[in-house]
Ligand binder design. Structure first.
Ligand SMILES: Cc1ncc(C[n+]2csc(CCOP(=O)(O)OP(=O)(O)O)c2C)c(N)n1
Length: 289
């Protein structure tokens, strides 16, 4: 790819840290001439080229910018960028059609099924990383308790936020992250429209994505922490409805009912093949190039 053609003259950012390592690497290697961050209080110099911190809200910044009424500068930047984006989107769709059941395929199904206007809470680890590979339904409000990328406390955060917001919420979590914080379910305030989706790849799937020999007992015991737990007994303990799926067909059946109103909150546990997830994710990046 011609990265130089995508190098921006001006980069505008707002919000917290960028999750994508690829975007970070790109903007650090092909530095924008100017980087402006908009935030009333703080500005992270994520790309080591921050030139201005606009200390105001995003809405103030953009309304003042529009009011400047400056005529647009001649540029082909949008066309170049958009062509790359369109290519990537069509390759993305082709890739999803070609792959077997896996974390990747499960995310595709999950994201197509979330009803409009839901709050989507994401766990850390690969959940938040998969989410950024998909075009999300724009009516969703998406949250992730990033902090220092801890896999603890994500369920508690999602439940707390759902209690306060009163909006229907779906929380997507990895299995280890879910089991770490299972005590989050021990409270009397979980709304009945709260939904949990667990991607159970039987351990820390993210560690398989990193380079190294994965076919050793040391790897599976101490890095991946391979296990055979399921969330079904926990669902019974805390009075959640429970269902599970291990294929797209089973997911489709489950999603017919999953978001329907119910007296109790629900858990859907999706079992994926741990040793197939990482090659499928890594091949994706080559395929969409
Ligand atoms: C509190 C805390 N402990 C340990 C880690 C290190 N860590 C990062 S990812 C991960 C595995 C997460 O596994 P899971 O929740 O099943 O998600 P997956 O990687 O399979 O998507 C661990 C243990 C962490 N980030 N936070």
């Amino acid at each position: 790819m011609d990265f130089e053609a995508l190098q921006p003259e001006l980069l505008l950012t707002f919000g917290g840290m960028v999750v994508s390592k690829k975007i970070k690497t790109f903007l650090r290697s092909y530095s924008p001439k100017n980087h402006w961050h908009i935030d009333p209080v703080q500005a992270n110099d994520t790309f080591f080229c921050l030139t201005k911190h606009h200390k105001c809200t995003v809405n103030t910044f953009f309304s003042q910018l529009i009011n400047l009424n400056k005529s647009a500068t001649e540029s082909t930047y949008f066309e170049t960028w958009n062509a790359v984006k369109m290519h990537r989107l069509s390759r993305h769709d082709a890739y999803v059609k070609s792959i077997p059941f896996s974390d990747f395929k499960a995310f595709d199904s999950i994201l197509k099924q979330i009803p409009n206007d839901y709050i989507l809470q994401s766990g850390n680890s690969s959940t938040i990383r998969y989410l950024q590979l998909f075009q999300l339904n724009k009516t969703l409000s998406v949250f992730c308790n990033r902090g220092t990328s801890g896999i603890d406390g994500s369920t508690s955060t999602a439940i707390g936020a759902a209690c306060v917001s009163k909006q229907p919420t779906v929380f997507i979590s990895g299995d280890l992250s879910f089991f770490y914080d299972s005590n989050a379910l021990w409270n009397n305030y979980i709304p009945s429209n709260f939904r949990i989706i667990i991607i159970n790849n039987r351990g820390g799937g993210i560690f398989r994505i990193l380079p190294g020999n994965k076919n050793t007992e040391t790897f599976s015991t101490f890095f991946e922490t391979n296990h055979s737990l399921t969330a079904e007994p926990i669902s019974r303990l805390f009075d959640f409805e429970y269902a599970s799926a291990s294929s797209v067909a089973e997911l489709d059946i489950n999603f017919k009912n999953f978001y329907k109103s119910s007296a109790r909150p629900k858990i859907l546990e999706i079992f994926t093949p741990s040793s197939e997830n990482d090659p499928i994710l890594l091949s994706y990046f080559d395929f969409v190039k």
